[in-house]
Design a protein around this ligand. Structure first.
Ligand code: R5P
Length: 291
């Protein structure tokens, strides 16, 4: 039998998944001692169970230790396997050493997770120079693909769409969403100038005048990419774009700034947020049966 353990803040995706596959749920009590250390307790027995801990890792430094403690507690309690579903997997962007002495966090983080879990499942990790998760994980690790979910949302909610990728890296989502939605697409040219500063150039979009731009990306982090793309589209005479992303991290005031310039801002439930309008449960359910 399977038991799902939702880490704090992960109940929506975890409970939808548990319902979808008919799994039991084991609650976790987690709190901080006055000195800042973490206390973790599993509230139900998991002996003999295939345990799947659901924990998105959008705030990894705060979440990681209690996740390790929950996995350890499940093993000590007799779980037959302990797996992780991290709908958003952090630390994948620092995938090489850009300056002497830098930690290549993607590799270190993957090693730590591999030591803790028997299997890892995530959605659209930001793999750039790493072609496959198997290059950095030593346990089976599977990347699910959110584009079909985004495409379905576009088909159901947008008429006369123009699907736009803000940079070359978004092309994989953009082409798939555009094809599934039967809409034209374009990819913009982006140069990153700092953690929260980008320059974006538009190609000739005359062919798409009058269409509703839908900006599609894997991650919104500082929001700089979406904000700059939206500004350039408005300046070129397009209506306020729709901002559509798999993972909405929205650091600082990114969400408020985006809502002010976009028609709407929509993300999947990979990171719990008010912009969530697309459930990731169907994707996760498939993955559980695929293993
Ligand atoms: C980068 O290549 C990613 O696909 C996103 O475009 C990027 O992470 C977004 O970051 P930000 O919101 O900080 O511009």
């Amino acid at each position: 039998m399977t038991t799902i353990i939702p880490m704090p803040g992960n109940h929506t995706a975890a409970l939808e998944l548990a319902r979808a596959i008919g799994a039991k749920v084991c609650e976790v009590t987690a709190r901080r001692f006055p000195d800042g250390e973490s206390y973790v307790r599993l509230m139900q027995p998991v002996e003999g169970e295939r345990v799947i801990i659901v924990c998105t890792l959008a705030d990894p430094d705060a979440q990681f230790l209690r996740l390790v403690f929950a996995a350890g507690a499940a093993r000590v309690a007799g779980a037959s396997r302990v797996e992780l579903i991290a709908p958003y997997l952090a630390y994948m962007r620092q995938d090489r050493r850009f300056a002497d002495g830098e930690a290549v966090s993607a590799r270190h983080f993957a090693r730590l997770l591999s030591q803790t879990f028997d299997r890892i499942t995530t959605i659209d990790p930001h793999l750039h120079r790493i072609a496959d998760l198997s290059e950095i994980f030593t346990v089976p690790a599977r990347a699910l693909h959110g584009a079909p979910l985004l495409a379905r949302w576009v088909v159901e909610h947008v008429e006369n769409a123009l699907i736009i990728g803000p940079d070359e890296e978004s092309r994989q989502w953009v082409e798939e969403v555009a094809q599934a939605a039967g809409a034209p697409h374009a990819v913009l040219h982006k140069v990153r100038q700092g953690d929260a500063k980008v320059a974006i150039r538009l190609p000739d979009l005359a062919f798409a005048k009058g269409r509703q731009p839908v900006l599609v990306d894997d991650i919104v982090s500082s929001g700089a990419t979406m904000l700059e793309a939206a500004a350039k589209l408005r300046a070129a005479g397009f209506p306020a774009p729709i901002c559509l992303a798999v993972h909405g991290l929205f650091s600082l005031d990114a969400y408020a700034l985006l809502k002010a310039v976009c028609k709407t801002v929509v993300t999947t439930g990979s990171v719990p947020h008010p912009s969530n309008a697309i459930s990731v449960a169907p994707l996760l359910r498939e993955a559980i049966h695929l293993h």
